[in-house]
Design a protein. Sequence first.
Length: 224
Amino acid sequence: MEAAGFLVMLAILLVSSSSFSYAYDNNPLQDFCVAVPDTSAAVFVNGKICKNPKQVTTDDFLATGFNNPASTNNSLGFGVKVADVNLIPGLNTLGLTVLRVDFEPDGVVPPHTHPRATEVIVVLEGTIYAGFVTSNPTDNTKNKLFAKILKPGDVFVFPIGLVHFQRNVGETKGKGIVAFNSQNPGVITIGNAVFGTDPHIAPEVLTKSFQLDKKVIEYLRSKF
Ligand SMILES: *[C@@H]1O[C@H](CO)[C@@H](O)[C@H](O)[C@H]1NC(C)=O
């Protein structure tokens, strides 16, 4: 009886854990599924249409130019070059995105979250203050910050969904390679998602939420 109960539990666990994993990138069902815009040259497998394997070439798996920096000429002082399925069609269904990030001195990647991916950064140049914040604790304590000043050669992980940021605190440029375990990690920048929406979130929501005067909310809006 006890063994039967255990087997039922095990079956429930297996079923629930496998349906849980479907919320993420599935393992690919084939060696590769190269994205192709021409439907007549394609079979449909998972999200994007797949190129006929007979027409796949080496270049479907290749991107070049990542030795050159991304433009950082913007108010935040950082830039990225993204190697995702849109650049490398052979990445389709493989659950991976890679990018190069460049920082000016004082360059900041503002607090943001990737709803579908864990992120890892390999710092190659610069001195990068990086951190992430836990979900709201259930015991009425404050959200905990895990942060570190990273040097070239350091590798740091930002768990899926958690709010995180980076800043180059060094006096020289910074650069790193970032990877995500999703072909489509998504990004939600907190400031934009709160103060930069179209249309605006009703001001009463923001004044009460942040305990701020309407004028301050309007000022913050003007920044996004
Ligand atoms: C940076 O961008 C501004 C406009 O956004 C432009 O006027 C300026 O020439 C750019 N600088 C460089 C070095 O590209």
